[in-house]
Write a protein that binds this ligand. Structure first.
Ligand code: 13P
Ligand code: ZN
Length: 285
């Protein structure tokens, strides 16, 4: 390498900003704190992955400096070179805000499509979430449907989970119940909610099954476990899960009471048409 390159490299590292001040770290901190506060992420429950822009990351980190490599155990050729900030396995969402460097990590998928190159974080020797297969496979699936997708979020929201035990786990019926419990649901998630039967979590198999559902849905319930949401931004993704959870709460508060009123299918159709959303027409009666 010539002297000019050395000077350029030294210059870049001089102007590099502190990653703890990066907006994407701030978003991870505030989102995990909100999710914890809402009771969606007890103990180490839940995980988030956020696709970052390489140029933005380069403002904070030397992209040539790989701290260590961690095998993922699966291959995602579409994500080679992509950089994500992810929550760590076994880490508590309640602690991310005060200690991001141990609870979060920034990884890049290496040229082999299976190794994660750690660029920052997991400072105590930790590693990415055990649900990385589901996260990365969902990113790959969603990017095919929507090239602007950037966030995959998993959590254990209380009322959504409670509903799993008393409501049929049928995508059409589950979605219909949510749509009819809250006027704005059909507008917020017109594509409905996908459902996977109970499966062993943390495996490539549940990752493949979740990613397959993500071809049609932005929300996927893992029966008797939790929910996955995806979106272009942290707000959009959070808002999807928040809307399902709020509605599941209304359902759980009223499921045992005599039903006097309901939003009719004709009214849901009216809403979807007025707000011009492409809704699952086959999910209405
Ligand atoms: P991690 O601590 O590995 O992220 O797992 C939490 C979880 O919710 C598993 O589904
Ligand atoms: Zn979980």
């Amino acid at each position: 390498m010539g002297i000019i390159d050395d000077i350029k490299k030294a210059g870049r590292s001089l102007v590099r900003k502190d990653v703890l001040t990066a907006p994407f770290v701030a978003e991870m901190k505030s989102t995990t704190a909100n999710m914890y506060r809402l009771g969606w992420d007890e103990r180490n429950g839940g995980n988030i992955s956020y696709l970052l822009d390489e140029n933005e990351v380069a403002e904070y980190l030397d992209l040539e400096n790989v701290v260590r490599t961690i095998p993922t155990g699966f291959v995602v050729p579409e994500l080679v070179g992509k950089i994500f900030i992810v929550t760590g396995t076994g880490k508590y969402f309640k602690n991310v805000q005060s200690d991001p460097e141990n609870n979060l990590g920034i990884i890049r998928i290496a040229a082999d499509g299976t190794t994660a190159e750690l660029l920052w974080g997991f400072a105590d020797g930790g590693r990415f979430t055990s649900e990385l297969p589901s996260h990365l496979m969902c990113h790959a699936a969603r990017l095919r449907v929507d090239p602007e997708n950037r966030v995959v979020m998993h959590c254990h929201p209380t009322h959504t989970l409670a509903m799993n035990y008393v409501h049929e786990l049928d995508e059409k019926k589950f979605t219909h119940t949510l749509w009819e419990m809250c006027t704005e649901c059909i507008v917020v998630f017109p594509d409905g909610v996908g459902i996977l039967p109970w499966m062993l979590c943390g495996t490539n198999e549940i990752g493949e099954a979740t990613a397959k559902k993500m071809n049609d849905f932005r929300l996927v319930v893992w029966a008797m476990h939790g929910i996955y949401g995806v979106g272009k931004t942290m707000d959009e993704t959070f808002g999807l899960i928040e809307t399902v959870e709020k509605t599941a709460q209304i359902y759980m508060l009223t499921a045992h009471l005599p039903r006097k009123n309901a939003i009719k299918d004709s009214q849901m159709r009216e809403l979807a048409e007025f707000f011009k959303v492409d809704y699952r027409k086959d999910f209405l009666k």
